[in-house]
Ligand binder design. Structure first.
Ligand code: HEC
Length: 134
């Protein structure tokens, strides 16, 4: 039994450190351009996540279009019809647990919605928003 707790504990620590490390590196990037930078903001992140833009294939979409704004439930890729598992690490422990996956999808998904890559500030804000929700 003790071993299980120990494993769970180690797992949750390692999960937290991947996304925390990523946020820290984004923060350092932002600070290079703005030495007054105070920190990421979930309100700004919410706007990035929920506002609609003329995105891929000229469609007016937001991040919500595929992920919904309830991160404990499945979403659906509006272009392919495929189910997307919940975005919240609380119900889907694989989420935000791998640097490569996070970077890859943020890059793609910003292109889907904003037709450009996200800035370090935008990526930090939007991750902060995702982590702030249940
Ligand atoms: C066209 C549909 C679509 C849109 C729009 C979209 N996403 Fe995604 N997103 C996906 C798919 C597909 C995946 C990967 C499949 C999976 O992990 O279940 C994904 C994965 C992610 C992940 C998971 C990375 C991980 O660690 O598992 C994050 C974070 C994310 N998207 C954020 C965003 C943000 C922020 C936006 C808006 C800028 C956005 N998405 C818009 C389809 C979309």
């Amino acid at each position: 039994m003790k071993l299980i707790y120990l494993l769970l504990f180690t797992f949750s620590l390692s999960y937290a450190s991947v996304v925390t490390d990523y946020l820290n590196s984004l923060k350092n990037e932002v600070k290079k351009e703005n030495s007054n930078f105070k920190g990421f903001d979930k309100k700004r992140g919410e706007k990035i996540f929920t506002s609609k833009h003329l995105g891929k294939k000229g469609k007016e979409i937001s991040c919500v279009s595929c992920h919904t704004n309830n991160f404990t439930q499945n979403g659906e890729n509006i272009f392919t019809g495929k189910v997307i598992k919940p975005l919240s690490p609380k119900v889907n422990p694989k989420r935000l647990s791998e640097l490569k996956t996070m970077k890859k999808w943020l890059k793609r998904n910003f292109k889907d919605v904003y037709v450009r890559e996200g800035t370090a500030l935008e990526k930090g804000d939007v991750i902060t928003y995702i982590l702030s929700k249940d």
